[in-house]
Design a protein around this ligand. Structure first.
Ligand SMILES: Nc1ncnc2c1ncn2[C@@H]1O[C@H](COP(=O)(O)OP(=O)(O)OP(=O)(O)O)[C@@H](O)[C@H]1O
Ligand SMILES: [Mg+2]
Length: 303
């Protein structure tokens, strides 16, 4: 007899209340690695008004075109939350992003600066419940279509970020091995504990980024973070490297995975990607589905 169909849990809000810890860089590197090496269909939702991850994946001209044509997360949310109109979400998904030639299955819902104005309207009109339900509907739709969904959140705890954190299946927190970045994790933990009845994503883990190989201070922070089981620290850490620093700059010509993530950087990102898939698989009771082509996205990047 067949058991009940279990919902897929594959949406991950990438979050640290501290800025500049490498959230967007890790979303980019993980998405490209999961696509190139693990054959996963990956959707990135850019929830940062600075549109950092959108600019890492699209040329300025492509991003500008999508913003002018009303095809960003802002337009999707304005329709569903402010105008209360159901949205055809595939219209907002851009395929063919990424400059890594082996990473052909990375998809993006880009962002726009207008996101801050949208959030202001939501607060003014007290539309928090409708925002949360729109986020829930969107995640419900994309969960079955993509293997892994990353939501790239800005630092801080805006009402939009809170909605992702309450509706996504998991949160994943990059941190630098320093005092302020780890305080960012602590603030986040306290926030999570404030209204448990409202629901919250489960911790998929903390990942230490920008670790200096020879720094004893960094090694101490690593040990200290690992010693708290609540952090669920990833075994692998990500080194500070010029390759990862430059990964944010979209290349005008496609390059190979090893050209973008050479040596230790590529090895570390692949190990994190593997660990992340293993954690998702353990939580879902099997390996997350893969290889099924997602819905044909309406928009194709011209990056
Ligand atoms: N492992 C790394 N080695 C070297 N530089 C890195 C590494 N990871 C990220 N960086 C650099 O650190 C800076 C911050 O990274 P990123 O923008 O990804 O952080 P963020 O947490 O998304 O920031 P924000 O909070 O503004 O969204 C960028 O200049 C990026 O290139
Ligand atoms: Mg960022």
């Amino acid at each position: 007899m067949d058991g009940p169909v279990r919902a897929i849990r594959n949406s991950i809000a990438v979050m640290n209340t501290k800025g500049g810890v490498g959230k967007s860089t890790l979303v980019l590197a993980l998405a490209e690695t999961l696509s190139a090496h693990f054959r996963k269909n990956v959707l990135i939702i850019d929830s940062d008004s600075q549109a950092s991850i959108s600019s890492m994946l699209l040329t300025a001209a492509s991003l500008h075109r999508l913003q002018s044509e009303g095809l960003t997360i802002v337009d999707l949310l304005v329709s569903s939350v402010l105008n209360n109109v159901p949205v055809e979400w595939p219209r907002f998904v851009v395929g063919g992003v990424s400059d890594v030639d082996e990473a052909r299955t990375v998809y993006l819902i880009p962002s726009d600066m207008q996101l801050t104005l949208f959030e202001r309207e939501v607060s003014k009109e007290e539309l928090h419940a409708r925002l949360r339900s729109s986020i829930s509907t969107l995640l419900g739709n994309v969960r079955g279509v993509f293997d892994v969904i990353f939501i790239d959140c800005p630092p801080g705890l805006s009402i939009l970020t809170e909605s992702w954190l309450r509706e996504a299946d998991y949160h994943f927190s990059p941190t630098k091995p320093d005092y302020i970045s780890t305080c960012g994790l602590e603030v986040f933990r306290r926030f999570k504990g404030l209204n448990p009845e409202m629901g919250f994503a489960e911790n998929l883990g903390v990942c230490i980024n920008m670790k200096e190989g020879h720094s004893s201070v960094d090694a101490d922070y690593h040990r200290w973070l690992t010693s708290n089981p609540e952090n669920r620290c990833f075994t692998q850490t990500i080194p500070r490297s010029s390759a990862l620093q430059h990964a944010a700059q979209l290349s005008s010509v496609e390059r190979s995975y090893v050209a973008k993530y050479p040596g230790d950087s590529g090895t570390a990102i692949k190990a994190i990607a593997e660990e992340l898939l293993a954690r998702l698989a353990a939580a879902n009771g099997s390996a997350p589905a893969s290889g099924t082509p997602p819905l044909a996205p309406a928009a194709a990047a011209t990056s």
